[in-house]
Ligand binder design. Structure first.
Ligand SMILES: Cc1ncc(COP(=O)(O)O)c(C=O)c1O
Length: 444
């Protein structure tokens, strides 16, 4: 192994190289990532002491701090309460918990809390191959950590969505404690409205994992889970919602059953699964929420438009884009079947060599064992939309992708064009350039 100081030097250099490479030189199209504004990044830097502190405690049914175990908390409690109120206001709910350090953590606390509240270990989820996140699945957090029994929604491959009629049979027969919606390959709104009644009938709580689409929801696109029947939203705060890395849970506990659920979820946050809740991210979360309140509708609309434009353009140019008859997508992502051009593994790598970063992805009809070389690519448009690309620019980018996919030009040549495109779009739109600008905007 290397000398200790060489290791530290390597670490610092690799970090600098990474920042230059992914932030300055790549077109980033991984659908699960987000792009923070300079104001959000500055707020993170300004929260330096806060990021070193602990705030173990208990919260009330508004999500406000009720009890703390350490001293020195007066501003920290104010920060947590205020961040909670900002999130409640933006998403129009009466309770939120911002103590989660990630989307997976939000799922952990919610699934655990709801299984305790319902005294029922069964959870209906989307199959992993049809877009669920590993944390929903019996092979991941839900099964292997929490010991939940998974029963799958019935998925309609032609519609790229949960089949509401057939899933209603599954829910009636299984009588689960939790029915979960949302996912990672997530093109169309899930049928919460259609299944709410049967969930109520069997006494199941409805959870919706909005990790991928939280920014679209904030902007009034895609779907409005809390108004459609979800009891709780769980989410990351750093994908289409362009905040710092973290997690959140939201709901409106208007009945005794929902109040009981909130209490159990809070118990599952602390003491069951968190000690430090990484408070240093909360001020930046609030700034990101302000940006979404002001610019979120325009941003979300453009993200979806860009994704649909790419779907149409790639399709017209001979690439099989999923869900053509449904307009390709209503979210920030599209899925393409790239098998006839060499498969997901090869094409994702070729695109990486041209500095276009995305991921290979299993498609709903793929064999689960094809994970290493699936048919598909998943392509996300939230990052490049925030950089300012619009429909014309998206078509230009698709032309570069087509050059790679079809092997029409040398990868090094395409990379030069990608670098030029990135130079043109290196700023961040739909947000503030610094914290002062955000404060001035609010004041005037
Ligand atoms: C649907 C869904 N839920 C949860 C997560 C996990 O989020 P985190 O990385 O914040 O733990 C992901 C990650 O991409 C996701 O796609």
């Amino acid at each position: 192994m290397k000398d200790f100081s060489d290791l530290v030097t390597d670490l610092i250099e690799a970090t600098r190289n990474h920042e230059q490479y992914r932030d300055q030189e790549c077109i980033n199209m991984i659908a699960s990532e987000g792009l923070k504004s300079p104001a959000v990044a500055e707020m993170l830097n300004l929260s330096h002491d806060l990021a070193s502190r602990y705030a173990e405690g208990e919260n009330d049914l508004q999500g406000h701090v009720k009890k703390r175990y350490y001293q020195g908390q007066k501003y920290m409690s104010q920060i947590e309460d205020t961040a909670t109120d900002i999130i409640k206001s933006l998403f129009r709910c009466s309770w939120a918990d911002v103590r989660l350090v990630s989307g997976t953590h939000a799922n952990l606390a919610t699934f655990k809390g709801l299984s305790l509240a319902s005294k029922n270990n069964k959870m209906v989820v989307t199959p992993l191959s049809c877009g669920a996140h590993i944390s929903h699945d019996y092979t991941g957090l839900a099964g292997n950590v929490l010991g939940l029994d998974n029963i799958n929604h019935v998925y309609n491959i032609d519609e790229f969505n949960i089949d509401p009629e057939k899933s209603a049979y599954v829910i009636r027969a299984a009588k689960p404690g939790i029915v979960t919606f949302g996912g990672s390959l997530f093109l169309f709104p899930h049928p919460i409205k259609e299944l709410k009644e049967v969930c109520d009938e069997v006494g199941a709580y409805v959870a919706y994992d909005a990790s991928h689409v939280l920014g679209l929801i904030a902007g009034g696109e895609f779907q409005d889970p809390l108004r459609e029947g979800a009891d709780f939203i769980t989410s990351s705060t750093h994908k289409t919602f362009p905040g710092p890395q973290g997690g959140v849970i939201m709901g409106s506990p208007t009945t005794p059953a929902l109040e009981k659920a909130v209490k159990k979820i809070q118990f599952a946050v602390f003491p069951l699964s968190a000690s430090s809740t990484h408070l240093g991210r909360l001020p930046a979360l609030g700034v990101a929420a302000l940006e979404m309140k002001l610019f979120g509708a325009e941003l979300a609309r453009q993200i979806v438009k860009n994704a649909q434009t790419a779907g149409q353009y790639l399709c017209e140019n001979g690439v099989k884009v999923l869900a053509e008859k449904k307009g390709f997508t209503r979210s920030h992502q599209i899925a393409v079947d790239i098998r006839s051009f060499g498969g997901g593994k090869k094409i994702a790598k070729d695109l990486e060599d041209a500095n276009i970063i995305l991921n290979k992805n299993l498609l709903p009809y793929d064999d689960q064992s094809d994970k290493d070389d699936p048919s598909g690519l998943r392509i996300g448009f939230q990052d490049i939309t925030r950089r300012g690309l619009r429909e014309g620019d998206i078509k230009h980018l698709c032309d570069l992708m087509l050059d790679v996919i079809k092997g029409k030009r040398k990868l090094a040549e395409v990379k030069e064009d990608v670098l030029a495109l990135k130079k043109e779009f290196c700023g961040v739109k739909y947000g503030f350039q610094n914290v002062e600008e955000a404060l001035n905007y609010i004041k005037h």
